[in-house]
Design a protein around this ligand. Structure first.
Ligand code: SF4
Length: 335
């Protein structure tokens, strides 16, 4: 599709038409099936200092935690919701947690469950990527966050934009399925910057991409800034779906933190095809401060209700099974 600022600013009947087209393309490609995965947040230690995130290293007000392998293994092997086909192991950028928790947990899940395993652990080195892959993880989630290099640097996003993009390409080359993502509505983000996010998402070898509305995080330099717009975020999701029909596009829980109760469900109407159930034990969840303490937690009940209310169904096939029949973005680009 042609991409322009008017699409991202669409309102009224134009916006309805945009979202309906995106939903139709999603149904054509995936039917009424929505993938359901779980997420466990294993550490809120982070060596990075992103201005938009409450887990940044300069936030001294935060109690830091690292989860225990055995607790999460017990939860995921014996007490996970029946609807899950996949699980995402997520942390701040904390190489200690990668070694002590993520790697053993991936191995355990591989041996003890049929779950597909994704990881979202930040920019690591090639040896660690390979170890995680050998342990059985198949999808690496690494967001580029914003595609404007100067703004990226100003917000102290991880490393540099060029480095982040290099790691996305490297992961794809090493056989990972890769999902990325960006933030819509950051303070000072121009329409051109938003379009640049979509262009970068289009050209990278991605199998998935999220769009998250900017939520001013507690104890961050952006704490007093306004929330990023839900409408712009939904329009970006719809544009992404029309540009790349095959992508995995999550409905992110932050869609319900923009002031609208129906943000999450509207995400499912604007091209999303993945829901995530938060499984982090309650005693740790409060300190996983991506935004603010009153996070909108998508538990199993809320996710299943949202899927049913939109006339959709939980996919029995997991991501691994789905991708068995689909070339990776890198393979597709190579023809
Ligand atoms: S966004 Fe990620 S890398 Fe940046 S401070 Fe937060 S947890 Fe760390």
């Amino acid at each position: 599709m042609g991409l322009d600022a008017d699409t991202l600013a669409a309102g009224g009947v134009e916006q309805v038409a945009l979202h309906e087209r995106a939903a139709a393309v999603t149904r054509e490609r995936f039917g009424r099936q929505v993938f359901v995965r779980g997420v466990v947040e294993i550490s809120n230690h982070c060596r990075e200092n992103c201005h938009y995130c409450g887990m940044r290293r300069d936030n001294r007000a935060l109690d830091r935690f690292r989860a225990k392998h055995d607790q999460l293994a017990e939860l995921l092997i014996h007490h996970r919701p029946a609807s899950l086909t996949d699980v995402n192991i997520q942390a701040g950028e904390d190489p200690v947690a990668v070694r002590e928790v993520a790697l053993p947990l991936v191995r355990t899940l591989r041996h003890e469950t049929p779950l597909g395993v994704s990881v979202c652990l930040g920019t690591l080195n090639e040896a660690l990527y390979d170890e995680l892959q050998a342990a059985g993880a198949t999808l690496y989630i690494i967001k580029f966050e914003l595609a404007d290099a100067a703004h990226y640097e100003q917000l102290e996003a991880p490393g540099t934009l060029a480095e982040r993009v290099r790691h996305i390409r490297l992961l794809a080359l090493r056989g990972w399925r890769v999902s990325s993502g960006f933030i819509a509505g950051l303070p000072g983000q121009s329409a051109d910057e938003l379009l640049a996010n979509l262009r970068l998402a289009r050209e990278l070898p991605l199998d998935g991409c999220s769009v998250s509305p900017f939520i001013p995080g507690e104890s961050t330099p952006l704490a007093r800034e306004p929330v990023g717009g839900l409408e712009t975020t939904l329009n970006c999701m719809a544009a992404l779906r029309l540009m790349r029909p095959e992508l995995l596009i999550p409905a992110v829980s932050a869609l319900n933190l923009t002031g609208a109760d129906d943000g999450y469900r509207r995400g499912l109407r604007a091209g999303a095809n993945l829901c995530t159930i938060n499984l982090t034990p309650a005693e740790m969840r409060g300190d996983y401060l991506l935004y603010k303490r009153e996070r909108f937690i998508m538990n199993e009940e809320r996710v299943l209700q949202a899927i049913a209310a939109e006339g959709l169904e939980v996919s029995r096939a997991g991501l691994t099974e789905h991708w068995c029949h689909e070339p990776s973005a890198l393979e597709a680009a190579a023809g």
